[in-house]
Design a protein around this ligand. Sequence first.
Ligand code: NAD
Length: 446
Amino acid sequence: MTDTYLNLVNAQPLSRIAKAAGLPRPVPLRRYAPDAPLVPGPVLVLGRSRSTQDMAATLLEWNLDVRRHLRPKEKFGAAVVVLDDLAHPGELSEVFLELGHGLRNLLPGGRIVTISRPVTSEISPQTAAARQAVDGTLRSLAKELRGGATANGILLGEGVNTDAPSVRGTLEFLLSGKSAYVDGQFIAVGSDHGAPPKSAELPLAGRTAVVTGAARGIGAEIVRVLRRDGAHIIAVDVPAAGEQLAQVANHAGGTALQVDVTAPDAAERILRHAATRYGGLDIMVHNAGITRDRLLANMDQARWSSVLAVNVESQLRINEKLLSSDHFNSNGSIVCLASTSGIAGNRGQTNYAASKAGVIGMVRATADALAGSGRTINAVAPGFIETDMTARIPFATREVARRLSSLQQGGLPLDVAEAVSFLASTNAAGINGQVLRVCGQNLVGA
Ligand code: NAD
């Protein structure tokens, strides 16, 4: 649905009035377009480690206009801050203050990306302090940026260097318009598995994807984006949504499969269809989901059980069958839809939050079991997304929910679909067990 306030506030005279009154001033976000450059201007590469020069060389290979220092008053499109060998919090000030001095020249839709390492039990307290300090700095910086600019970080796992395929893939995603609604987040690259796709334009070429809940909303958009990126599509939804499902599948040149994901034989039917029609399956997107909101004081068994059954129990059952099947290919990716409600909680959604937090638990445990296998499982946790579901929220609540993020607006189904497609690509093969929030850095909760 349309964000009328966003449209009005970007037109005179309301833009001036909003500025004077200190009202939120969301701007249209920079989203992916095939003919647009990766970033809107020069890229500043900051850092003192040996990898910093290699990173600058990588960005030059991508035909970007790279700077090691900003020229006075020069506008820039992105900054990549390489902090992979931090040992003490005292080392942070030089790079971050240099970045800060240039920030007013960051172009609208600009990007800041840090590359650092996570805190582990093996490192010294000084190193841990320095690494965790990056977290606090980045999340605060993301809240300071305006003009649709975002700040996100990449965390390099043990033995993973800045030139690992999934680090490059993640950096490209975060610099691009595909990450428009990802803000204030860290993506951990845990292994150097993965390879750049054979075709940059069609990163999912040759891969077959199942998308559940595909008949409308976010699922229909995931189908469209996975198809745009080259995947063969199997679109799944309940028989009652059959007509819409057929339209979505036809439009993507794929096949429709009417299956209720809670049916005991759902996994067998999906795998049989994939094996017969496409010779196997590479990508499983668990998107089907329902809400049955009530305060816990008014909750009944049917509302609780149906939400758990669709949102998490079906995923558990299907994954179990999938992961023991030869029809799920050796470099297969599973992407599960969680929600920020499952992270921060949401009034009236104890059942829904239980189901989505359950998805996150399932993803982490399954990722441990898949480590080193070449297969991955990750979750995408959307915040406020402009869909039929959120259009039903009463006007005042909806307006508040929309503005309560660093980007001061709701995301689009497209933003969720871009994150799903990224996690489903071989570019992301080094990413496993992560929960990627697509929430514009929602200010509520974690
Ligand atoms: P939606 O209600 O518009 O679409 C959900 C689809 O799932 C429908 O086509 C429905 O028929 C299908 N479905 C429901 N039960 C099914 C079943 N048993 N078997 C097969 N298909 C079934 O929802 P949406 O807003 O597009 O949300 C998609 C996913 O994203 C859900 O998992 C939802 O929880 C999650 N999500 C949405 C938002 C948001 O703001 N819209 C925020 C966070 C998370």
